[in-house]
Ligand binder design. Sequence first.
Ligand code: F6R
Length: 612
Amino acid sequence: MCGIIGYVGKKECSRFLVDGLKRLEYRGYDSSGIAISRNDQSNFEVRKAEGKIERLEIALRNSPIQGAIGLGHTRWATHGKPNTINAHPHRAGTTVLVHNGIIENFESIREELLARGASIVSETDSELFGHLVEEELKKTATFEEAVRLSFLKLEGSCSIVVVNDRFPGKIVAVRTGTPLVVSRSQKADGCFVASDAQAIVEHTDEVTYLEPRDLVVCTQSEFKIFPIDKKISPENEIKRSATKLDWKMADFDKAGFPHFMLKEIHEQPRAILDTLDLLIERDTMRARMEEIGALVQRASKIQIIACGTAWHAGLVGKYLLESVARVPVEVDLASEYRYRDPVIDEHTLVLAVSQSGETADTLAALREAKRKGAMTAAICNVRGSSMPREVAATLFTAAGPEIGVASTKAFTTQILVFMMLGQFLAHARGVKTKAPDVHFFLQLPHQVQSALELAPLVQKISESCLQSRGYLYIARGRLFPIALEGALKMKEISYVHAEGYPAGELKHGPIAMVESNMTVVVLAPRDELYEKTMSNLQEVKARGGRIVAVGDHDDFSLQKLSDHFIGMRFAHDWSDSILATIPMQLLAYYTAVLKGTDVDKPRNLAKSVTVE
Ligand code: F6R
């Protein structure tokens, strides 16, 4: 989950590295650091700081380093406290490195190194790699071969980028699990390596994604890729094609919003429209889903796997797909799925849902399913990321880069993909259904835009509920996952306790928590389950809970029953899940702002969870 950037070229790179790290900060922000060799010939100098990148910038202002080759790192701590000693880059002798991921056999490597007299400074697993390289360099002529042989001693999933005082002008990087991209930039007159293309988007419009077990050697003029399992020699060089980036620099700007999260909430009408453009053939108004459709036709069941917010989208997906396609759908948290020995055969379609396409648990679950013979597919927001490259078919969302750690526009576009898939399958399978016509989806951006106009009202409600002891979110049917999502958003950015429950479950336990200082957020459009939810709400009212209700704009009964009412223009169909999400995101956002938390980078979290 840490962020990595490296540059070797002709230009002064301190700014490149720091700016790149700022764009990678979503991956972790416990500490950061850079290493630069001043004139390409002298030893690498390291600057580090605890906390966010601004602290590193202060350290660099006090003690600048300049040079045209360097590495940068922003950390999400796994081994050892988030302090300066454990911050990267790490130095061992002449070797300097940054690392993302986990070295699983680090205990035994550490003991062996200590027994051989190594002087280990930090508590990290990362530093150990530097000592291994130093040992290898005593026996091996080339730097890249020393890195390769050291890497073969590691277990686990990681990427490491290394430089060495004695081998100027060269960066060597290796990847097993966690992602790395590499690019030669004309503009910056040099080569970049980074854990995410975001870090280098201002210098290049194309990147090459390294595959697991690739090693890359970067110099000012070029990069060469080799397999880690073979000796490095010209005949073993691998040619990999580059991927064009379709991002704009504006995607990485707050565009006047105080936070990326608020910007991204407001981008949802655009994200939905762009996703529709990807999914609908405008001439024929047919959904472009043949590939995945063919897999579903062969499937006797679908298993959706995902984590966090993407899992909530998967839960909505289950409602949608089962109700129309009549295929049994299971939804699993990827971290559970990979260890529960699920029943999988060649008629099982495993569908991963992921914004980043890199989440370690989802990837591992996907690989496990593939190993057991399942067909695999993905819903993903990042082209070129690992999941789309490993599955038979991918439906892309076009949410654009999501910078705020809390997922917003990726979630609603994932639901949109499930809606479209349900509609496509209903037609393909000839199932008689209430599924709306494709034209209906084109109204969604406008509906979401209207929902966003509720922001000032939701802001006021957030203020009124600010002293709540906790929040209970309740709903039924396909809105139940939206209750879960509302609670997750509230927890992760405002650090307040929040739970999502199916409304019918309240009386089986959680209602015991209801009292005047507990806010109960209910999602109750006038759908087929409305009356049931209203009864549950009466039970809350009788116990003095503070009710925030999201319902139809003309539902005066619900309005009367609630302390705060958010009236929406629901269409009473599948789009309710998307529309009801908007006030959930806003409620969490404004509560977090009022509590003064770091909305875009909430504590202890990182955006792309590439460790298990
Ligand atoms: C919550 C959030 C996380 C992610 C989860 C999966 O706001 O962002 O729960 O949804 O870590 O990430 P992806 O979708 O990248 O696989």
